[in-house]
Ligand binder design. Structure first.
Ligand SMILES: Nc1ncnc2c1ncn2[C@@H]1O[C@H](COP(=O)(O)OP(=O)(O)OP(=O)(O)O)[C@@H](O)[C@H]1O
Length: 222
């Protein structure tokens, strides 16, 4: 369901990252590993339709993301790809429920409060529907970030270091919930991390490891 071919990103300073080709099957759960600076975030952003590669192709369910015009790419992303960032970046003036409704509207989907309530309940956050982000703990905010990524039933779920701001208990819960919910929703899951707590909690076999030496050109010179 996910396929990359000859993906390369060259930054304005001339630094260049060349990624090995990667094929991920439907419903699989992968860890994207690699030391700091090896390119995990860059790769996830290209897979999520957020960062145009300088060369190569990223395809989700057979759609070459960067062959789409910008507006169709936005729509495709909203409907097919859920992204969980290191920090959830919720809109502070909107309640939890409104933040999730906005994700439905952005994707051109009808508002579906029952879907939102169902997801919040699965994340043990049902009682926070009317709370504002400023009233949540970091672990709770990250769970809202997970709900937002899942709300449109994406085929592909990408999580970029989702536990980096969480303590041990919350980190373990967040990874477990992500993996369980992706399984229930039949979403394909890619979690990037260099967090040993995630590697230990996540027993699935699939691991894609980036090596700084192998993929980078000129980084030391820039
Ligand atoms: N806009 C940019 N301009 C120049 N170099 C960049 C830019 N963005 C990223 N890089 C370089 O590309 C490399 C990969 O960065 P990236 O953030 O993808 O790594 P990462 O594996 O996610 O790191 P971390 O685990 O620390 O978040 C790094 O060496 C970084 O300095």
């Amino acid at each position: 369901m996910l396929q990359t071919t000859h993906l390369t990103k060259t930054f304005p300073n001339g630094a260049s990252l060349h990624f090995p080709d990667w094929t991920v099957g439907k419903g699989e759960q992968w860890l994207l590993l690699g030391e700091s600076g090896s390119g995990k975030t860059t790769l996830l952003h290209m897979l999520g339709g957020l960062l145009r590669p300088s060369a190569g192709c990223a395809a989700v369910n057979g759609t070459d993301l960067y062959a789409l015009p910008a507006r169709r790419l936005d729509r495709f992303r909203g409907r097919n790809i859920g992204i969980i960032f290191q920090q959830p970046h919720l809109i502070r003036s909107m309640t939890v429920g409104e933040n999730l409704q906005l994700a439905q509207t952005f994707a051109g989907m009808p508002e579906d409060p029952s879907r939102i309530r169902e997801l919040l309940a699965a994340l043990d956050m049902g009682h926070k529907y009317r709370s504002y982000p400023g009233e949540l703990s970091q672990g709770q905010a990250q769970r809202v970030g997970i709900a937002r990524a899942l709300v449109n039933r994406p085929a592909l779920l990408l999580a970029d270091e989702p536990t980096s701001s969480l303590d041990n208990r919350n980190a373990e819960q967040v990874v477990r919930l992500l993996s369980e919910l992706a399984g229930v929703e039949r979403s394909t899951l890619v979690i990037s991390t260099h967090d040993d707590r995630v590697k230990d909690a996540f027993f699935k076999e699939y691991r894609f490891e980036l090596s700084r030496e192998r993929i980078s050109d000129q980084l030391e010179k820039s």
